[in-house]
Ligand binder design. Structure first.
Ligand SMILES: [Ca+2]
Length: 202
């Protein structure tokens, strides 16, 4: 019994997933009344800090997007530019919540996208961008993952974008986002730095 327990313990250690580091700053909105680390732009709306936290924490909040436009297809977008490693894979994800508030429509979407850049300031696009569109589910926190994107050779940074989209003119939409994530999927890298090929199978 002791031996089998030991074997089980070893198996658990060996198979435990490696958690990738979240590259985003302030992904959980722990600074009251601030969107520290985020750059937000809008074409008829506002991004603000909300005291509503995904897990109900009294010391954390979320990011709220309100879009109120008299034209179709308008959005609020918040972004960060983060350093990456070329040829590695990456995934962005978010938790989002569309409140069933009076006067609020659900004719829109939440979008999680990213793209790679050849400069640290995210101005020279290197391609390789991917994204995911997610649709409202009322009064429920929903998790959305982007597909995996592979950083092109020569790229050094990624622009990571979180949108709330209003589809129809005069149909005001509101969403909250929390616990955002942008991490590498590359948990193993052997560029033969060790001077041997021991890590590789024939
Ligand atoms: Ca939070």
């Amino acid at each position: 019994m002791v031996r089998s327990t030991l074997c089980l313990a070893i198996a658990v250690i060996v198979t435990a997933p490696v958690s990738a580091q979240n590259l985003l700053v302030n992904p959980g909105f722990d600074v009251p009344d601030q969107l520290t680390g985020w750059t937000c732009t809008t074409t008829s709306g506002v991004a603000s800090w909300s005291m509503v936290d995904r897990l109900g924490s009294p010391t954390s909040g979320s990011m709220q997007h309100d879009v109120s436009a008299d034209a179709d297809d308008r959005s609020v977008r918040c972004t960060q530019c983060v350093p990456i490693v070329e040829n590695d894979g990456y995934i962005a994800s978010a938790w989002y919540y569309w409140p069933d508030d009076p006067g609020v429509f659900q004719t829109g979407s939440t979008r999680v996208t990213f793209s790679f850049y050849n400069d640290a300031g995210c101005t020279v696009n290197a391609g390789g961008g991917v994204g995911k569109i997610a649709f409202p589910v009322l009064d429920t926190w929903v998790h959305v993952n982007s597909p995996e994107g592979i950083a092109p050779a020569g790229s050094v940074a990624a622009g990571v974008f979180f949108f709330t989209w209003q589809y129809n003119a005069n149909e005001f939409v509101r969403a909250r986002l929390d616990d955002l994530d942008f991490s590498t999927t590359t948990i193993f890298r052997d560029g033969f730095e060790s001077g041997d090929i021991a890590a590789w199978s024939p």
